[in-house]
Each structure stands twice: as C-alpha cells, then as structure tokens.
Design a protein around this ligand. Structure first.
Ligand SMILES: [Zn+2]
Length: 427
C-alpha cells in the first residue's frame, strides 16, 4: 500500500517536473534541422541547409536531456540567454561508417542528416559534438536559431497515414513509422499486406510484445514511380520515393537511403520517434543505425528476424554480436577501449555493462559450450571480430538469425528505450 502511494507520488512528481521543463522552453511542435555531414577519414565538418517546422512533438518530454549516449555524434541545444542545456540527442550515421572505409583515406564525401527537436519558444544555440572511438569529443559546429526571425519552411502534408497499432498518445509512446520504398501504385495491395505483417513481427517479439501499450506503429501511404529498388551489382536501377539502394558503402546486402532530407520530408506527415524503411525487394538486405533509421525488405527470407534485428541497432543502439561477416569496416572496436554500445564489451570497463546481471558463479570469460547455453555470461567473439570483443549470450537475435531471442542485456536496453519514449522511470 505504502509502496503504491510512493510510486504514485513519484510518478506525479516526475510528470509535474517534465511538464514544467517542457512548457518553459518548448511548444508542442517539431523543429527539424537539415544539414550535411562532410569529410573523410581524417576530417569532418557540418554545413547547415535549412530549417523546417510543424506537426506535434511526439518525442520524450521527461528526458529532454538524453540519459544514455550510445551515438558518436551528440546534438545539444541551449537557451541562449542563460546557456542552460535544454535538449540533447545522440546518434550514429552513415558518414561515420564511410570514414572507416578505404575510400575515405583519399576521398571526401557529404551525407545528408537531420535532427528533430521540440520547437523552442526563445532563441537557442545548438552544437554538434563528435566523439572518436576513444570517447574523446570535439565541438565541430555551433549555430543560433531564433523562432521568431529565422527563415523556416512549414512541414508539408503530402501523404496519407495508416495507423497499424495504437498503444497510446504519441507523446507517451515509442512511435514507429514505416515508409515504403519501391512500391508502385500497382503494388498497392502488396503494401497493405506488408505493413500489417511487419507490424505483427514487431508486436510478437519480446520485449515489444509485453510493452504493446507503449508502442504505436504507423505507415505512410507513399508510392514510387517504379516497382523494386536499385541494386547496382545486378545492374538494376529504379526511380523510387526515397532512392534506397543495395551496395551502400560497397557492401552488397547493405540496403540504405542516402536521401535523408527527402525521407524526413515524407515522415513529417506523421508523429514518429523511429523510421523503418520498408523496401519492395526479394533480395536479402537491410540496415539499422542508432537514432537514424532502419531498412528492411518485404520479400527476403527471415523478414521477421531482420526487422527486429535492425531496430535493435536503430532504436536500442545495440551492436552486432556476430563476428563472421562481409562488413567492410576497419578497426571498428579498437583494443583497450570500451565500446559505446551496451551489449558488447572489451572488458576494459565491464562494470558499466552487464556485470550487475551476471550470476557470480559464471566464469568470465564464459566458454561457449552447451553447459552455458541460455545463460548470461561473457562470450568471446562479437562486433565482427573473433577475439577481444565479448557478447552476453551465445545466440541472441543480435548475433544469429533467430527471431524473438533477444538476450537479457539487449532486452534491458530496449525496455530502457520504452521508458525513455514513454516518460517513465526505470523499473
Ligand atoms: Zn543481445
């Protein structure tokens, strides 16, 4: 009884606190900043393109300052008269993956990026800080935004929105938005079936399954000029809504979209926290980047696994737990440095990871034998390498093509994210 009362009081206190902070600095509307992330293996910079605003603010209100920072780029906004930090969000991006390719040693490229934040009532300044793999950060960009005078383009409302699952109000839920790519008008029927199937893959997978009332799933009804998606290695070129393509950064099955500004234009019609591109293609492929977006395709095998795996990256900031792959990245997890991702460790700073969840009788590192099947441990081999990087479980959904099998560590991270988006405290 007492406990319930305390919980009610705490929830009330939290609700009051976030309402005050949010209302003090923000309107219930979204500000979107479009910019380029430019550079090569050695240098990087940002260049502003334009501002857009509209809709509602569907993101978290309790955690305006992000409690976990899994991304290597940190966006922060400050009240310009008091210098008070009022909003932050970290993310990863295609540019950071490009930097690790051989091409980036000699060639500079630019990548489109966007940040959504609640619309400020007064002038703000904002910064982009980039962290290297050692965790050292550098502020690379600073600019001011005045809500009364800075030129801002209103959100467009081009597309029809389908609600596939309604758990609650957008500002109290993780809002997942499907955007179709490569569906022509003739594929209309297929799109209707696919969005329902993919929503069910999410809702039938733990821990999404147990948290349905904290999740909304929507789909944009958007069609492409041609059916299918671009696949350069098979000489297939398609004119589509978002121009998604296989062979991103030279990896055949890496299916991503570089038209990020267009993607956000299309997404503006919906309340969303996480974008999933649903591509009309039978070839296996996909991708997912933390607080950026995820991509899946409708006709490839194991689509139920692919969507929850890629959303593990894009929503949870989770690392791949596998270590045999064609991923063409160099030195992704340098020795002697604890990775940022919550589900892999180099044992440099294991305290910060899942040590609190492990049974003291389990040996560290843990042998990957039958004896320890389905037991939380520290197994060598993760993050693309067989040595020096460790994973929590022998065959988590972040490692093997097994649907609905997230390990306890990945599960905890995803539940933390539901708490973040639904303004709840950790339970
Ligand atoms: Zn896992």
């Amino acid at each position: 009884m007492k406990k319930t009362f305390l919980l009610v009081m705490m929830t009330f206190a939290l609700a009051t606190l976030w309402a005050q902070n949010f209302d003090q600095y923000f309107e219930n509307k979204t500000l979107r900043i479009n910019y380029l992330h430019i550079g090569d293996a050695h240098n990087e910079s940002f260049a502003l393109k334009e501002y857009h605003a509209g809709g509602i603010w569907s993101g978290t209100r309790a955690y305006l300052i992000e409690p976990h920072r899994y991304g290597s780029v940190l966006f922060e906004a400050f009240d310009s008269t008091t210098n008070t930090p009022i909003f932050s969000r970290s993310y990863d991006c295609l540019f950071n993956e490009y930097r690790t390719t051989d091409e980036a040693n000699t060639q500079s490229r630019d990548f489109e990026e966007c940040i959504n934040m609640p619309f400020p009532k007064n002038t703000i300044f904002y910064t982009f800080t980039c962290f290297n793999r050692k965790g050292e950060g550098k502020v690379l960009y600073k600019a001011y935004y005045n809500p009364k005078t800075t030129f801002t383009i209103p959100f467009s409302t081009e597309f029809k929105l389908i609600t596939l699952h309604k758990g609650g109000a957008p500002e109290q839920c993780l809002d997942i938005l499907f955007i179709p790519d490569g569906y022509s008008r003739d594929d209309r029927g297929k799109l209707d079936v696919d969005v329902k199937d993919f929503a069910s893959y999410i809702l039938n997978c733990s821990p999404y399954k147990e948290n349905r009332e904290r999740i909304n799933i929507y789909a944009i009804k958007g069609f492409s000029e041609e059916s299918g998606v671009t696949d350069p290695n098979n000489k297939i070129e398609r004119k589509t809504l978002l121009n998604s393509s296989y062979n991103t950064l030279g990896t055949d099955r890496y299916l991503m979209c570089e038209n990020v500004w267009r993607m956000y234009d299309v997404a503006d019609d919906a309340p969303f926290d996480a974008i999933v591109l649903l591509c009309n293609s039978e070839k296996y492929g996909g991708g997912g980047i933390y607080n950026f977006y995820a991509t899946v395709c409708n006709g490839a095998p194991d689509a139920d696994f692919v969507i929850v795996h890629e959303m593990g990256h894009s929503i949870g900031g989770l690392a791949d737990e596998y270590y045999t792959s064609e991923t063409s990245v160099n030195d992704f997890y340098p020795a002697g440095i604890e990775p940022m991702e919550p589900n892999v460790t180099t044992l440099v700073d294991f305290e910060k990871k899942w040590k609190d969840l492990i049974d003291p009788s389990i040996p560290i590192p843990t042998p990957a034998t039958k004896e320890y099947n389905d037991m939380l441990g520290v197994y060598e081999g993760a993050g693309y390498v067989a040595k020096g990087v460790y994973r929590p479980w022998q065959n988590c959904t972040m490692k093997e093509i097994i649907y609905n099998n997230f390990c306890p560590v990945c599960t905890r991270v995803l539940i933390d994210m539901f708490n973040y988006y639904s303004n709840r405290e950790g339970e």
